[in-house]
Design a protein around this ligand. Structure first.
Ligand SMILES: Cc1ncc(COP(=O)(O)O)c(C=O)c1O
Length: 481
């Protein structure tokens, strides 16, 4: 091949390869069969460690400058529906970002695609999920809740809870945080930046950064810091710098992204949910999909079949997609997402993006958003602070548009009642976000056949919300379970 040789190095295994000045599509190492993606995978930082002679180079490089696509792991949904291409879900998703960020996002995407196939990374992640996060989480049969929903004939659905609240740090957020922090470390980043609403993602990120010796800065809205004060204390104890931003999660997210764009070389933006430009939504969903994979296995063990109905709250969609994604092709499994109706859908104070929003572009992707006539993002409200983002992930918008999932809303009051109900019947205190998913059972359960297997994602633990629930009930004396 009449190409000019340069030297490049793969940080992950330290192997040096010749870089051709000609079009470099895919490089395969004959010795171990590792494929190394497109040329933009190879960033300047990774170059030049040792010279390789042209002869050696020709021996080890078996595939070069050929139109061979990088072996990307196609998600279940990407294969099941031709309308879904990497980074786009129908008309939703994409990368609506300044040119400045494109290289960075492409580098991240290539790293992610590589690590999906990297046995070492996958092994390390499996160990971290088991020994640090505490997976697998139980699929718990909620016997008394099941009894509560039986009709006069003693018939009703069987209610199971996927106990993400039992994860280390108290929510599903750590499934993604631990994986992405490991990626940050591999990419040689010194620090991690994140935004948090309810504080669960902030705590999870601070914890994994401590574990991996990464500096950690968490942006949080002033309103949220007040409501979720216990999580602010935890983040600080875990060594994170907590920066307050006037507003709530929306403003905190913007500020975190702004901070990251000023330090692209050294810092890693760790998104906590399935929003933002590609590849962020895919990455978060992929790392959360462990929830659904476990659920399938556990259902098979417990009753020898699949769940009939899956229910999850929708803030932006990470716990919902985490549970749903495994079952997207199982069309006999109903997928139900529950948004926060706050003070009511007509109150103007809710977070019901899918019920009341329109399509637009925000934080780098096209999706459903709460916006005014001029396209300006409007504030959202929910008693479950983690639901207060004025948008949803693009894949969630796609599930709405294709009709694959159903979406409903519950009010603050209904969610608080559901919190109390789970405390009373099962001795479990769910996060107020998860209480939205539990609350829909009031309307859903009477419509289901006897013995229908319903799995509700108990996405988090409600310690952080105890004072809110207590105060809410003191204010509203009509509230009984
Ligand atoms: C416990 C819990 N559940 C759900 C959510 C909503 O986020 P997502 O829709 O991404 O799962 C949050 C957000 O902070 C949360 O803390």
């Amino acid at each position: 091949m009449a190409c000019k040789l340069q030297t490049i190095t793969l940080a992950s295994n330290g192997i040096s390869l010749p870089r051709m000045a000609c079009k470099l599509q895919t490089v395969t190492l004959a010795s171990n069969g590792i494929s190394l993606g497109k040329k933009n995978y190879l960033t300047p930082k990774r170059m030049v460690v040792a010279e390789v002679s042209a002869g050696t180079a020709n021996e080890i490089v078996t595939t070069l400058a050929r139109e061979k696509p990088f072996p990307k792991l196609m998600s279940r949904q990407e294969t099941y529906d031709g309308k879904v291409t990497p980074g786009k879900f129908g008309r939703f998703g994409g990368k609506y970002v300044p040119e400045l960020l494109m290289t960075c996002l492409t580098e991240l995407e290539n790293e992610f695609n590589f690590l999906l196939h990297d046995a070492t990374f996958q092994g390390e992640l499996e160990t971290a999920l088991r020994d640090y996060v505490g997976r697998e989480t139980p699929l718990y049969y909620a016997q008394r809740l099941t009894e509560y929903y039986k009709n006069d004939n003693g018939e009703g659905p069987e209610i199971y809870l996927k106990r993400e609240d039992l994860n280390h740090c108290g929510a599903h957020k750590i499934n993604n945080a631990v994986a992405q922090a490991m990626i940050a470390k591999r990419m040689g980043r010194k620090s991690v930046v994140a935004a948090t609403g309810a504080g669960q993602h902030g705590v999870a990120t601070a914890a994994v950064c401590a574990k991996l010796s990464l500096e950690c800065t968490i942006f949080m809205g002033t309103a949220d810091m007040e409501k979720q004060a216990s999580n602010v204390v935890l983040m600080k104890l875990l060594g994170a710098q907590v920066k307050s931003v006037t507003g709530n999660f929306k403003e905190a997210s913007s500020e975190a992204i702004r901070n990251w764009t000023g330090n692209l070389e050294t810092s890693y933006y760790l998104p906590g949910t399935v929003v933002g430009p590609h590849p962020c939504p895919n990455m978060v969903r992929e790392f959360q999909s462990v929830i659904g994979k476990e659920t399938r296995r556990q259902a098979l063990e417990k009753w020898g079949g699949k769940p009939d109905v899956l229910v999850a709250c929708i803030g932006s969609g990470s716990n919902a997609l985490g549970l749903f994604h495994e079952f997207i092709e199982d069309e006999d499994v109903r997928l139900i997402g529950v948004e926060g109706a706050g003070f009511g859908l007509d109150s103007g104070r809710h977070s019901a993006t899918l019920a009341k929003g329109d399509v637009g572009v925000y934080h780098g992707a096209m999706t459903y958003l709460l916006q005014d006539e001029e396209g300006q993002i409007v504030g959202s409200h929910s008693v479950g602070v983690g639901l207060e983002y004025p948008g949803v992930g693009p894949e969630v918008s796609f599930l709405k548009e294709t009709g694959r999932a159903e979406f409903y809303t519950v009010t603050d009051q209904e969610a608080v009642l559901a919190y109390k109900r789970l405390c009373k019947f099962e001795g479990i205190f769910p996060a107020l976000e998860a209480s939205h998913a539990l609350a829909i059972l009031e309307k859903l359960a009477p419509t289901l056949h006897n013995g229908t297997k319903v799995v509700v994602n108990c996405s988090g633990r409600g310690n952080k919300d105890a004072a809110t629930v207590f105060n809410y009930c003191q204010r509203d004396f009509t509230m009984h379970v």
